[in-house]
Ligand binder design. Structure first.
Ligand SMILES: Nc1ncnc2c1ncn2[C@@H]1O[C@H](COP(=O)(O)OP(=O)(O)OP(=O)(O)O)[C@@H](O)[C@H]1O
Ligand SMILES: [Mg+2]
Length: 792
């Protein structure tokens, strides 16, 4: 057992199913030998230990709870059990070798600050109120009583650990959020979601219960209404039917629909107004006559004009606009030749799909297409929709049935040929129960969509004149059959120059107008725009850029209004700093890679390309003669299986090539930890292989990685470097992050053609076919500590 010099070394008890947060008191059954060992170790010192949740994927949380053993006893079935009280958070450092079976880890204690900030107090009040509402609705007042006894904001947030509404993952998130305000924000948002759900359930319950009463009330009201109408000489129920007859006439429906409408109208006339059925038939008829059966806008597809509109609304995006124009031209040609788009498949019949990170202009391009064609524009999001009925509607036999999104969107458009945008098509399937993609397939298939059937309307609907445009952040998660029907156009993000140009052409003007400022009153210089792009935003698109410009103008407008400055105001880079405060983004890579073991990788996430720092550390003392216990490699940072495999390959490679890499044989033993920090985004895919190998090679050889180098690529056991996807997005991210060199797989050379010229000039590319090539360019040579960029 290690000497107990201080409490910075504690025995660790991994938790597999629950999360114990500070201040919680729980009984734990000691079912595993590791748990028994940890408790024994704690008993032999001062009864404290560290509780660390372990996720299904086998990774440990980055933060644990320091806890004290209050009591030992016997649980059910003679299993040993302990009563434990959580004290406070602690960051987990590396493992410490020790005798005995317990795992000892270094910890850095992180209790919440004594008194919370004002904002924390305020968040705590709101959280308390929200939880009180939830428990009140659920009839558990003792919980509110219990919460009232907890005073500090941080501890209040931690009570979420008891909540049955929160998943294990969310509880881990609470644990890992050291900042009290951020923690409260999270639990507050979740509590609000639960509250909304509770309220909704409640409402449905009372509505069903009150249904009968309501019908009776409605009946009496209707009778009174009829009496009043008669008194006023207005008609009665006959007029209602007459009214519908007129609307049906005006709707100019296709024959079969009209027959159906008249049949329903007949039923309406035969149903007495006090029968609930009466109301349902009226709702149905309202929907049926409101569908734009034969209203359409005239297409004005003049290719030159369309191009002009697209250019007017969007700066740059030359290729994207070319492809949209081609698509429209082919569509027009087919329509002119009277060839209905019945063949489907790839090509002109396919659905235009814009794929790219947030804020690159997908939605606004869709709006421009509608404007160019003189069509109406409607959109809805597929993200977060849960079943097929959302698209197709519920059958009328279902209480509270309504048509699906398609019909609702058509009604909103008011024409049968709008541009209909389906946002977040890449989120289909991911969080969908049932199989809504088959309904979508039907909607998007030109061979089928002229007879689309909404379950509620239950008549054929012709969608063939709708111009569908889908959008998404990534193409990989779109179900195959859907993807097959799509003409994918990628928007990968903008360079600094492009962003500045977009700001000058569009964003600035729009924001000036929004803040009631005249064009002549405020000018923002190019250097100022560059400062905003580089120091205050880090994104592929321009949404935050626009937000920051708005923020700046708001401050300027306030000063103008207060008479503090004279117009015209001109803003330069210095003024940006003055108005927006300290710069938010720095050249992070230099600091991170200053010690051996950290490599800068490049990845593609839903929000575009990004740099990520792969960190390798050692868990045991390499000189230790003890048998290393446990896995040779621990991985953390929410990594997917493929990424874990890459890490294993990286370690095997480095071990088996130690000699060439100049690694001392003694350095090879022991256990390692590879961590990919930053962001709760789950990371997966093989393309971090190169960065992992480099991080491990750097750690073992003691040579730091050059701070100006970013890298991507898959690695095989033999040390070959295989090509990866998303080159353009990754290179743009490297450029944004201020890197000067990028290591890419040799077979990705062709993809460099897609990279904008300006970026190609500012970055040196190294094409690698083997790990050797990679390390040659990635590691600092032992002699020079200064990293000299090597030209490609
Ligand atoms: N090339 C461009 N020229 C002019 N404005 C642009 C350009 N690209 C983006 N914008 C503007 O940036 C803003 C954000 O764009 P938009 O909402 O279309 O993004 P998006 O790609 O649909 O993002 P998300 O994936 O989050 O839906 C809009 O106001 C848009 O007009
Ligand atoms: Mg959008």
């Amino acid at each position: 057992m290690p000497e107990r010099l201080d409490t910075r070394i504690l025995p660790m008890l991994p938790l597999h199913t629950g999360v114990v947060l500070p201040h919680m008191v729980v009984t734990l059954a000691l079912e595993t030998s590791e748990a028994r060992a940890a408790v024994r170790a704690a008993r032999s010192t001062d009864d404290t230990l560290l509780l660390v949740p372990r996720t299904a994927a086998g990774a440990y949380a980055q933060v644990g709870t320091v806890a004290v053993i209050e009591e030992m006893g016997q649980g059910p079935g003679q299993v040993e059990a302990v009563v434990i009280r959580g004290l406070h958070r602690a960051l987990i450092g590396s493992g410490v070798a020790g005798t005995g079976e317990a795992v000892w880890v270094q910890v850095e204690h992180r209790p919440d600050p004594e008194d919370g900030s004002e904002r924390a107090q305020e968040l705590a009040r709101e959280y308390r109120a929200t939880v009180e509402n939830i428990v009140e609705a659920r009839g558990a007042p003792q919980v509110a009583e219990f919460l009232r006894g907890i005073e500090t904001p941080g501890a209040l947030a931690d009570m979420a650990g008891y909540s049955p509404d929160l998943s294990f993952e969310r509880k881990v998130e609470v644990l890992e959020t050291l900042d009290v305000e951020a923690r409260l924000e999270k639990v507050l948002a979740w509590a609000k979601d639960s509250l909304a759900e509770v309220v909704l359930k409640d409402r449905i319950r009372t509505e069903v219960a009150e249904g009968m009463e309501k019908n009776q009330r409605e009946y009496i009201l209707r009778q009174q209404l009829d009496a009043i109408r008669k008194e006023l000489g207005e008609g009665d129920e006959d007029d209602v039917a007459e009214e519908y007859r007129k609307r049906i006439e005006a709707a100019n429906m296709p024959g079969a629909v009209r027959t159906q409408a008249e049949r329903e109208l007949g039923r309406l006339e035969r149903t007495s107004p006090q029968n609930p059925e009466h109301g349902w038939i009226r709702t149905y008829l309202d929907w049926l006559v409101d569908v734009p059966w034969s209203v359409r806008t005239e297409d004005n597809l003049d290719i030159v004009e369309a191009r002009r509109v697209l250019d007017e609304d969007h700066t740059g995006l030359g290729d994207v606009k070319d492809r949209i124009i081609e698509y429209l031209a082919v569509r027009k040609l087919r329509a002119d030749r009277g060839r209905a788009e019945v063949t489907g498949g790839r090509g002109s019949g396919a659905i235009l799909t814009l794929i790219g990170p947030p804020g690159v202009g997908k939605t606004s391009l869709g709006e421009s297409v509608a404007r160019a064609l003189g069509r109406k524009f409607v959109r809805f999001s597929l993200g977060g929709i849960h079943d097929e009925a959302e698209i197709r509607g519920h059958r009328r036999t279902y209480v509270g049935a309504l048509p699906g999104r398609i019909v609702r969107a058509l009604k909103d458009a008011g024409t049968k040929n709008p541009v209909m945008m389906l946002d977040e098509i890449d989120k289909v399937g991911a969080d969908w129960r049932g199989d809504p993609s088959s309904a979508l397939l039907e909607v998007l298939d030109p061979a089928q969509n002229h007879t689309f059937r909404d379950h509620y309307l239950d008549v054929d609907l012709d969608l063939s004149e709708v111009l569908f445009i889908a959008t998404g952040n990534v193409a990989e998660t779109i179900p195959g059959p859907l993807l097959d029907r799509m003409e994918v156009i990628r928007l990968d993000g903008y360079t600094e120059d492009e962003k500045v140009a977009i700001a000058q052409d569009h964003l600035l003007e729009r924001q000036l107008e929004r803040h009631g400022l005249e064009l002549e009153e405020v000018s923002i210089g190019e250097d100022a725009l560059r400062a905003i792009v580089n120091d205050y935003t880090r994104e592929a698109g321009v949404r935050n850029l626009e937000r920051e410009i708005g923020k700046l103008l708001r401050k300027v407008a306030t000063r103008i209004a207060g008479g503090e400055v004279e117009t015209p105001v001109s803003i330069d880079a210095g003024a940006v700093r003055e108005y927006l405060g300290r710069q938010r983004f720095f050249f992070e890579a230099a600091e991170r890679t200053s010690v051996p073991g950290v490599a800068t990788g490049l990845a593609v996430t839903g929000t575009g390309g990004d740099v990520l720092f792969v960190e390798a550390t050692r868990l045991d003392d390499p000189g230790s003669r003890e048998q290393p216990s446990g896995e040779p490699l621990t991985l953390t940072g929410q990594l997917g299986d493929v990424m874990k495999e890459s890490a294993m390959i990286a370690l095997s490679y480095v071990r088996s090539h130690a000699q060439e890499l100049g690694i001392q044989p003694e350095a090879l033993g022991g256990r390692f930890h590879v961590h990919v920090p930053a962001g709760a985004v789950p990371k997966d895919g093989p393309s971090a292989g190169v960065a992992m190998t480099t991080a491990l090679a750097s750690l073992l050889s003691g040579r730091a990685v050059k701070s100006t180098v970013g890298m991507t690529g898959e690695v095989t056991l033999q040390g070959r470097v295989l090509p990866i996807g998303g080159v353009k997005q990754k290179v743009l991210a490297a450029h944004r992050a201020g890197l000067k060199e990028v290591i890419l797989p040799g077979r990705n050379e062709g993809d460099l053609d897609d990279v904008p010229e300006q970026v190609r000039e500012e970055i040196a590319f190294h094409l690698a076919t083997t790990v050797e090539d990679v390390l040659l360019h990635a590691l600092q040579s032992p002699e020079d500590d200064l990293s000299e960029p090597t030209a490609a």
